[in-house]
Design a protein around this ligand. Structure first.
Ligand code: ASP
Length: 476
């Protein structure tokens, strides 16, 4: 828009005419004077129509909150007694000369000038595009952008490159349930959405990239519980020729920098971050993500710690073994022989480290098994048959047979981390368009049925309505 001035910059134009554009935040009628608060992405300002401006009065008459306007006015200094020092533009007022209506607004379903805590979440999510107008959401989204940008710069400055990995990939037994996507060209076959870029990032190490990161979307079809989202964002990192220490210190440095730069009001309880073995954490805190804050009432206290030396395997209900974190992890070097001989399995420790903040696991990673023979042993311990190992992991074994540098990495749950930094109590507050706790998008109305034509193209037959209703009953 030509000549538009952002509201936060109006005070540089005192005594001049200025054109602003934005939403009507508040309208107040005081007889002959009409006051408006206008809002754009940079802030708010009060405007007033003086009694003699008949034309502006006429235009303003129908205007209500959330209308979108272009306003030309004169930036006036407020008289001393009306100055609100602590407020942006508390020292000025826009004397409205001319109003152009860019778009009218129906009465909005809720007030967007509050913090929204008085509202049920469903209505906020249904009208998320309005909910995002509120100051609290604007702050959360802008803070997330600032932190993400800092992260990108940090890694770029340290020789990392961001590489995009596929969203349509292959279903592999990685822990959680996969979301699958039917293939039209190969009826009866499916892609899977990535639970994490784990395998691709390791293959990038085989590819000689050495330092990789990605702000990556991950999808896991888990039962909706508490604060989980079907899709979430990870800061994903992998490095070649490293040991546990390298990855931990590089991440610790970044975490400290982020807090100091963007959250100076917050205090990190202990630097360097304490390191607690899994065994000690379980004995002392009865949790592998201990909340070690020495004052739990202080919202500005950040108690980071590393939890290390996790058991590699744990018993399944059926009496076999499963991995505690990641099938691609290496054992601690001193336990490497136990893997090769498949003995004392319960005592094998993984080269795994989790980063915990105030009782939340905000990240985790490991040094990987880069020798194919050791990876095969792990998969055998996990009960995979030789044929399945080739089917599911053949590409990894093959890759590792062509010269794979030792490597390791980590991933942070970016949503959870932002939630804690922003002192929010749900990750949904730091995600622009989250699903509900039950996995639904109330704004788009998703998941939803698809056209019969689409089903036919995919050669998919849905059970009858009766069969589906029966199934839903059992799911309850
Ligand atoms: N891929 C792992 C995860 O998603 C993290 C890692 O080990 O890098 O939890």
């Amino acid at each position: 828009m030509k000549n538009r001035i952002y509201i936060s910059e109006l005070n540089r134009h005192i005594g001049e005419e200025a054109v602003i554009a934005g939403f009507v935040d508040v309208r107040r009628d005081q007889g002959k004077l009409v006051f408006f608060d206008f809002r754009d992405m940079t802030g708010k300002v009060q405007g007033v129509i003086l009694p003699n401006n008949k034309e502006a009065h006429a235009t303003a008459d129908p205007i209500r909150t959330e209308w979108v306007l272009e306003v030309r006015g004169k930036v006036n200094q407020r008289p001393e007694k009306n100055i609100q020092k602590e407020k942006l533009n508390g020292d000025i007022e826009l004397e409205i000369l001319e109003i152009k209506v860019l778009n009218e607004a129906e009465t909005v379903p809720f007030d967007v000038s509050s913090d929204g805590r008085e509202l049920g979440e469903d209505i906020r999510l249904k009208y998320r595009y309005l909910d995002i107008r509120r100051d609290r959401m604007q702050k959360n989204l802008r803070a997330r952008h600032a932190v993400t940008k800092y992260i990108r710069d940090y890694f770029s400055n340290n020789g990392f490159i961001e590489v995009e990995t596929p969203i349509l990939t292959k279903s592999t037994p990685e822990g959680a349930r996969d979301y699958v996507v039917p293939s039209r060209i190969y009826p009866g076959k499916f892609y899977a959405l990535p639970q994490s870029p784990q395998q691709y990032k390791q293959l990038l190490m085989v590819g000689g990239v050495e330092k990789y990161f990605q702000i990556a979307r991950c999808m896991r079809d888990e039962d909706t519980r508490g604060d989980r989202q079907p899709e979430f964002t990870q800061l994903d990192i992998e490095m070649a020729f490293v040991e546990e220490e390298d990855i931990m210190s590089m991440n610790e440095k970044l975490l400290i920098e982020l807090v100091e730069k963007f959250y100076p009001e917050k205090k990190i309880q202990q630097i360097p971050f304490p390191r607690i073995t899994y065994k000690d954490a379980m004995e002392k805190y009865h949790s592998d993500r201990p909340d070690i804050r020495n004052d739990k009432n202080d919202p500005n206290l950040l108690a980071f710690c590393w939890v290390v030396d996790f058991p590699f395997f744990e018993k399944t209900e059926e009496g076999g073994w499963t991995f505690t974190h990641n099938p691609f992890s290496a054992s601690k070097p001193e336990d490497a022989e136990k893997i090769m001989e498949k003995k004392d399995i319960g005592s094998i420790l993984a080269a795994q480290y989790d980063i915990v903040l105030n009782g939340f696991e905000i990240g985790g990673g490991s040094i990987r098994n880069h020798r194919p023979e050791a990876l095969i042993k792990v998969l055998e311990i996990l009960g995979h048959e030789a044929e399945k190992i080739q089917d599911n992991f053949g590409h990894m074994l093959s890759a590792f047979s062509y010269g794979a540098p030792p490597h390791g990495g980590i991933a942070w749950g970016l949503d959870r981390f932002m939630m804690l930094l922003q002192s929010e109590d749900s990750i949904r507050e730091v995600i622009a368009f989250p699903k509900t706790g039950e996995g639904r998008d109330l704004m788009m109305d998703s998941p939803s049925e698809i056209e019969a034509k689409q089903l036919k193209e995919l050669e998919i037959v849905i059970k009858t309505r009766e069969q589906l209703l029966e199934k839903l009953k059992h799911n309850k």
